[in-house]
Design a protein around this ligand. Structure first.
Ligand code: ATP
Ligand code: MG
Length: 313
């Protein structure tokens, strides 16, 4: 079966504060608009590797929306699942870096066009062509969106497809109660779970459980593959009877946005395509490193050739 991956969620524009610690409390210079949204970056990275990639989303009837659709199409993403709506403008995010590790956001997402995405926007014939569904936690910001995720999970599983889940928790979004509730439901159907090191603790009932204990517990509960992203420390892969760890590739960190999305897209694509798990992890690790070395959320996606060249340095 050939790999065909779909994602559902925010397709937005991002504006990046030009200076460190610039913040949002006084006028300053911003770079952008850049096409963005975690599921959109993920979808672009899947397509860039040469796999079938479909994104379901909504954009407004405006230049931001047009730019985003054109960009994704140019990267090879199937954009037939993107609906242009008149009710609201394309979503946006403003980002300012405090330092290499901490960012602040101002999101305009739940009330933007992509906040209107609901199950009726998911074309069933398009969905039935997909063998895998990837879920981004950052997209679980409304009941409509969560209902859409449920519809896709049901359909994909009915067709013997697989599901991956990256919690992608943003502190600015954790006060959305729908999001927490959806986590438990989604985990039940998750085949490949891709949390960051700092996120794994959201997935345990016990307060002080160690990472090892949480991983064990998740695998006992039916999650087949767990990949933990550790930023500049690399990544780990866990399976019932296997464990792999990889150190990151040394690069100059320019902009960490999108690293986790590119990493996830590369791991899931190659793993599903039948590459050995060691190679999927190695390529994903390189894909994340390449993403942080480029400025702009979607500007750091890479092809198989880019990755192979980078690893051969
Ligand atoms: P995001 O903020 O995009 O959600 P994340 O927390 O999901 O990120 P990270 O752990 O930051 O994901 O990055 C994903 C992967 O990218 C890491 O596991 C690693 O392979 C690679 N990576 C991230 N940061 C660096 C870095 N500074 N140097 C080299 N590789 C990196
Ligand atoms: Mg992430």
């Amino acid at each position: 079966m050939s790999v065909s991956i779909c994602t559902i969620g925010e397709l937005i524009v991002e504006f990046l504060a030009k200076h460190k610690n610039q913040g949002f409390s006084q006028p300053g210079e911003f770079l952008g608009p850049f096409p963005s949204g975690a599921p959109a970056i993920y979808a672009a990275q899947v397509a860039k590797l040469g796999f079938e990639s479909t994104l379901f989303s909504c954009v407004g009837n405006d230049d931001f929306g047009q730019m985003n659709i054109e960009r994704l199409r140019n990267e090879g993403v199937n954009t037939d699942g993107i609906t242009v709506i008149n009710k609201a403008p394309t979503g946006s995010a403003f980002v300012s870096y405090r330092n290499q590790f901490e960012r602040d956001f101002i999101f305009n997402i739940p009330n933007s066009a992509c906040g209107y995405l609901s199950p009726e926007h998911l074309d069933e014939s398009l969905l039935s062509r997909c063998t895998h569904f990837h879920i981004m936690g950052s997209s679980l910001f409304s009941f409509r969106m969560i209902d859409s995720m449920r519809k896709a999970i049901k359909m994909i599983k009915k067709n013997n497809g697989t599901v991956s889940f990256d919690p992608n928790v943003r502190k600015e979004m954790m006060n959305i109660p729908e999001m927490q509730q959806a986590f438990d439901y989604i985990l039940e159907y998750t085949d490949i779970f891709l949390p960051s090191e700092g996120e794994i603790h959201y997935f345990s009932d016990q307060k002080n459980a160690s990472e090892t204990d949480i991983v064990k517990q998740l695998i006992n509960n039916g999650v087949k593959h767990i990949v933990i992203k550790r930023g500049a420390e690399g990544a780990s892969y866990y399976h019932a009877n296997q464990e792999l760890h990889i150190k990151s590739n040394a690069v100059e960190m320019i902009d960490p946005t999108g690293a986790g999305d590119c990493f996830g897209a590369t791991f899931v694509s190659l793993f599903l395509a039948g590459y050995p798990v060691e190679q999927a992890l190695k390529y994903a690790n390189a894909s994340g490193a390449l993403a942080v070395s480029r400025s702009g959320p979607m500007e750091g996606i890479s092809s198989m050739e880019d990755i192979a060249k980078f690893l051969a340095r």
